[in-house]
Design a protein around this ligand. Sequence first.
Ligand SMILES: C[S@@+](CC[C@H](N)C(=O)[O-])C[C@H]1O[C@@H](n2cnc3c(N)ncnc32)[C@H](O)[C@@H]1O
Length: 364
Amino acid sequence: MSTAPHPGSGTPSDAYAGAVDHYTSPSRRDWVKREWEEPELVRVLDAAVRASANSSVRAPATTLDVLDVGCGTGVALELLRAAPSLRSPDAPSVRYLGIDLDPELLGVAAARFGDPKTRFLQADITDGIPDAPHDLYLSTGVPYSHLTHDELREVVTDVLRAARRHPRPTVLLIDVLGRYSIEWTLRWGQTRWDYRMSFFETDQEHSSTPMSTYGGAELDALLRQAAEVAGCELDRIELVDRSLVVGRHTATGEYTPGLRNYRQLLNDLADPDTLVEVADLRLGDVELPDAPAAVTRFFAGFVARWDARIELAQAEARGRDDREVAATLQPALAEDLQALELAAQPGLGVGHSLTATVVTTPGG
Ligand SMILES: C[S@@+](CC[C@H](N)C(=O)[O-])C[C@H]1O[C@@H](n2cnc3c(N)ncnc32)[C@H](O)[C@@H]1O
């Protein structure tokens, strides 16, 4: 595989101007990130580790070989290390290779994680995957959305060919942008469009880069086609939607006219010193375009449950002191809304991210 940036699917390096500022800024880890998105990602990573260890064929491996595609500053490695199944005394040790196009982000990663079992490499995943099969092919923060659908199918096919040479199950986490997020209702009709990281907190200008989005059925079909071409037997594919209401583009409203900043509203709601106008959290007045029936049905039920919980909070707050409402009722509401979202992840592409966990049979 090449070790130099490559113009292929639209040099994300421009789009990532300011990315180092963003990834190293303390404000990136707001309440939603720390208490909502990161624990959920740790859960997905933990399930992936357990799936890779779950082989009836061999004794458990003592080393878990991980390839992190589009690793950026190494966020996934940090979260992977927090996975409960890697923290027990008999857990395998992690041998990690992170690859990314962006030398600046890789520089931050290398400075953060200096140990002999952790390596970072500048490479373009569309130029091919490393030859040696890995147990776990991770991706977080939607790096695969930089690729076209065809490019993603080719990468997955290569990984699944490598899986056929691997004695244990191979696990892939494919993280992409959901097609039907409330953050971009103007783009539901398209599967690849110019996307700006306009939520980066930086002084640098935000340019755009083409990104691909996926509905659950589209991603599932692509993964099954790749398995067929590779001749690889899959044990299962699990799809999960993440960040349905709190995606970072709710802070910009760039692709949905009049969208309120739900992420900030939820951060404020959890803060016992800030009083929020809870009616602003309602979802019922977000105009949703035509979509596949399953998506429309999902939103009808989810929005009704979300708004009913808000109405209950409004009723509970009536006649109560504002400080008491901010300090007790609103943080409890934030937790309930989080639980509501986490219970509603049908894998349809209705969140900021859609994550597929693909597990092969041992030796594919
Ligand atoms: C939003 S960042 C996510 C970074 C990190 N995984 C995280 O969770 O924070 C997406 C990353 O994918 C990288 N990337 C995009 N296209 C790539 C490609 N073709 N090969 C390797 N890395 C790529 C970008 O440089 C960027 O660092």
